[in-house]
Design a protein around this ligand. Sequence first.
Ligand SMILES: NC(=O)c1ccc[n+]([C@@H]2O[C@H](COP(=O)([O-])OP(=O)(O)OC[C@H]3O[C@@H](n4cnc5c(N)ncnc54)[C@H](OP(=O)(O)O)[C@@H]3O)[C@@H](O)[C@H]2O)c1
Length: 254
Amino acid sequence: MNDATSPSGVLLVTGAAGGLGQAVVALTMREAPETRIAAVGRDADKLRAAFGDAHLQIVADVGEAEGAAHAVERCTAELGVPTQFAHCVGSIVLGPVARVNPAQYREAMRANLDSAFFMLSALSGAAKKHNTAMSMCFVSTIAAQVGIANHEVIAAAKGGLEAMVRSAAASHAAQGIRINAVAPGLMDTPAAARFLSSDALRDASAKQYPLGSIGTPDELAGLIVWLLSDAAKRVTGQIWTVDGGFTSIRPVVR
Ligand SMILES: NC(=O)c1ccc[n+]([C@@H]2O[C@H](COP(=O)([O-])OP(=O)(O)OC[C@H]3O[C@@H](n4cnc5c(N)ncnc54)[C@H](OP(=O)(O)O)[C@@H]3O)[C@@H](O)[C@H]2O)c1
């Protein structure tokens, strides 16, 4: 069996051209430069702008089963079976339920839940076929863990993702496949740009977090890279929250 933590591992990153995806790739290159990386996105120009000529760049829409299968097959053919996987695809969808139209709801489910399921399906199939150990990390949100007003759509999608992660971790533990997720609060990436477009908005958002400030993709990438590494070899089926205390503490209000 291949070793998911071998220094010459293959890392597959979806949503690679996004804020978090780029941070995961950059940190991996710093910490384990021998890792072979496949960067997946829907837009070849965005991938090229993010990575130049570096890495295997795969254009695929993983919101569809065919796109997910294509990403895994191409990575396997050109770099080897992925031994590490970071699913950085997703969006932020907010608003009163009555104002979310059916197309927006479907697209939110597609980006945040369908994509995760199709990647899990394609990767677990490849791991079984090639008898390969693997570590996977998905990305949730704090809105799946605590009720936040007007987050119904994203809470439903990411709540499904979290439940899927726990079940999949149980299904695949005996094969040496570890599956975890991280759950950030607001993070300074393109997905959050509209909430952070002025100093006033940024300050108001930061005040919601007991530790203050806004999360960064680099902080979350640190946790993801650790979860994918051999250092976390006893860790599976867990959701790791990084939210400045938002979901777990009630600070004194002065
Ligand atoms: N930023 C935050 O405040 C925050 C908070 C909680 C959770 N999250 C989660 O963190 C993860 C990373 O997001 P980010 O903050 O790095 O945002 P980002 O910069 O917008 O990156 C998200 C990536 O997801 C891909 N994507 C979006 N919709 C898609 C769809 N329908 N089908 C396929 N791919 C799609 C995009 O890939 P393309 O390059 O193909 O367009 C994009 O690069 C997401 O799961 C997001 O839900 C973010």
